[in-house]
Ligand binder design. Structure first.
Ligand code: HEC
Ligand code: HEC
Length: 348
C-alpha cells in the first residue's frame, strides 16, 4: 500500500498515471475540459483538463492534508462520491470563484491558501504576538547591472571542456529517510534521469528539443508547462546557457536567501513567460529559479534550488538540488560525477 502511494506521489506531478495513460499518446489538446475528461466533475467543468493535477495539489497543500482527506484513498477512485470534505471543497471552490468574480474583477486574488494556510480550519482569532514581518534587505548603493550579474555567473560556472557527464545521485524524499537511486546521463543540453523506485524506474528525458517521461509500462503524460520546466532545467544544468532560454533579463532588487545576499533577475522567455532567477551576490552562482503557472485556483509555483556547487573538470554544477511544487518536494544529492564519459545518443 505504501509503495502505491509513493508511486502515485511521483506521478501526480505529471498528472495521474492510471487515468491518463489510457489517453496518452493523444496530442496535448488544451481545449479538453475537466468536465469532458473526468468522470464526476460538478464545479470545475470548464477548466482545462490539464489543470486538474495542479488544482488538486494546490488544494491538498493549502489545507495541509493528503488526497484521502477528500477522496476514498490517496491513489485511486477519485471519482467516487459521498465524502463530506469533497462536497465541502466543491462549496469552497464556488465561494472562491464568486469572491474573485464579485470583488476582484475575476482575478484569482483569493485562493484556498488565503484563508487556510495549511490547516483544515482557518484561524479566525487574531494572533496577539505575531512574528514581525521580515524587512526587505538594504539595497546596494549602486544598482547592479544585469549584464555584470550574468557575466559573473558565467565566470563562476567555469569554461572547462565538459561535453558529457555520467552522474550517480540520490533522490531524498521529504521525510529525509526514503531515498531512490538516480542515474543522470547528460550530453550537451540532452539529459536523461532514471529514478529507481521500489517497483518501477521512471525516466525523464530532454532530447535537445522535447521532454518526455516514461516507465517500462509506457509514457507518462506531461502538460505543456511540465515539459517546459524539464527543458529549462536541462538547459541550465547542461550548459548554464540562460540566453538560450530567456530573451530578456532584468535586475529587479537585492534580497536574501538563507541569510545570504542575492540579486533577483526577472527573466522573460520569447512567449512571455517569466521566471525569477536569484544569483548569489558574492559567488555569482545561480541559487534559485522560480516559475509560476496560473490555474483557476491561483498560482502554481515551481521552485528549484541549486546549492553546494562543486567543480568537475573546470565546470561547476550544484551537487544539492531541491525541487518544490505545491504538495511535492524532493532533494537530489549528487554522489559521483564522471566527466566526458561516453554517453550514447540512444539514451535520449
Ligand atoms: C480539499 C478536497 C480535495 C483534496 C485534498 C483533493 N481533491 Fe481531488 N477532487 C476534489 C473535488 C471537490 C473534486 C471534484 C471537482 C468537481 O466536482 O468539479 C475532485 C476530483 C478529483 C479527480 C477527478 C476524478 C473524476 O474522474 O471525476 C481526481 C483525479 C482527483 N480529484 C485527484 C486528486 C489527487 C491526486 C489528490 C491529492 C494530490 C486530490 N485529488 C486531493 C477535492 C479534493
Ligand atoms: C475566505 C476564506 C476561505 C477560503 C478562501 C477557503 N476556505 Fe475552506 N474554509 C474556510 C473556513 C472558515 C472553514 C471552516 C468552516 C467551519 O469550521 O465550519 C473552511 C472549511 C473548509 C473545509 C471543511 C473542513 C472541515 O473539517 O469540515 C474544506 C474541505 C475546505 N474549507 C476547503 C477549501 C478549499 C479547497 C478552498 C479553495 C478552493 C477553500 N477551502 C477556500 C474558509 C475559507
Amino acid at each position: 500500500m505504501k509503495k502505491a502511494i509513493k508511486l502515485f506521489a511521483i506521478i501526480s506531478f505529471a498528472a495521474f498515471a492510471g487515468t491518463f495513460l489510457a489517453t496518452s499518446g493523444s496530442t496535448q489538446t488544451q481545449t479538453v475540459t475537466a468536465g469532458q475528461k473526468f468522470k464526476s466533475i460538478k464545479v470545475l467543468n470548464d477548466m482545462p483538463a490539464d489543470q486538474l493535477g495542479k488544482v488538486m495539489n494546490l488544494m491538498t497543500a493549502s489545507l495541509g492534508v493528503q488526497c484521502k482527506y477528500c477522496h476514498a484513498s490517496n491513489d485511486a477512485d477519485f471519482e467516487k462520491e459521498g465524502f463530506e470534505h469533497k462536497d465541502a471543497a466543491r462549496a469552497m471552490l464556488k465561494m472562491v470563484f464568486d469572491i474573485n468574480k464579485n470583488y476582484f474583477e475575476g482575478r484569482p486574488e483569493v485562493t484556498c491558501n488565503t484563508c487556510h494556510r495549511a490547516q483544515g480550519h482557518p484561524q479566525a482569532a487574531l494572533n496577539l504576538y505575531p512574528a514581525p514581518p521580515e524587512p526587505r534587505p538594504a539595497q546596494p548603493a549602486t544598482k547592479p547591472v544585469t549584464a555584470d550579474i550574468l557575466a559573473k555567473f558565467a565566470a563562476a560556472i567555469g569554461t572547462g571542456d565538459v561535453k558529457s557527464r555520467k552522474i550517480t545521485a540520490q533522490r531524498i524524499e521529504p521525510d529525509g529517510k526514503t531515498t531512490e537511486a538516480e542515474e543522470i546521463l547528460q550530453s550537451g543540453s540532452k539529459i536523461r534521469v532514471n529514478t529507481t523506485y521500489p517497483t518501477v524506474v521512471v525516466s525523464e528525458v530532454f532530447d535537445g528539443t522535447k521532454a518526455r517521461k516514461f516507465t517500462d509500462a509506457g509514457p507518462i503524460d506531461l502538460t505543456a508547462d511540465e515539459s517546459e520546466q524539464i527543458k529549462r532545467e536541462a538547459l541550465i544544468f547542461g550548459s548554464a546557457d540562460l540566453k538560450s532560454i530567456y530573451t530578456k533579463m532584468d535586475y529587479r532588487f537585492a534580497d536574501k536567501i538563507d541569510g545570504r545576499d542575492v540579486y533577483l533577475v526577472q527573466a522573460t522567455t520569447a512567449d512571455n513567460s517569466r521566471d525569477r532567477l536569484y544569483f548569489d551576490a558574492q559567488t555569482g552562482l545561480l541559487v534559485r529559479r522560480m516559475s509560476t503557472v496560473f490555474t483557476v485556483v491561483g498560482p502554481f509555483v515551481y521552485q528549484f534550488d541549486y546549492a553546494d556547487y562543486k567543480d568537475f573538470g573546470g565546470v561547476k554544477i550544484p551537487t544539492t538540488y531541491k525541487v518544490a511544487v505545491p504538495n511535492i518536494r524532493w532533494t537530489r544529492k549528487i554522489v559521483d560525477v564522471k566527466i566526458n564519459a561516453p554517453v550514447e545518443d540512444k539514451n535520449f
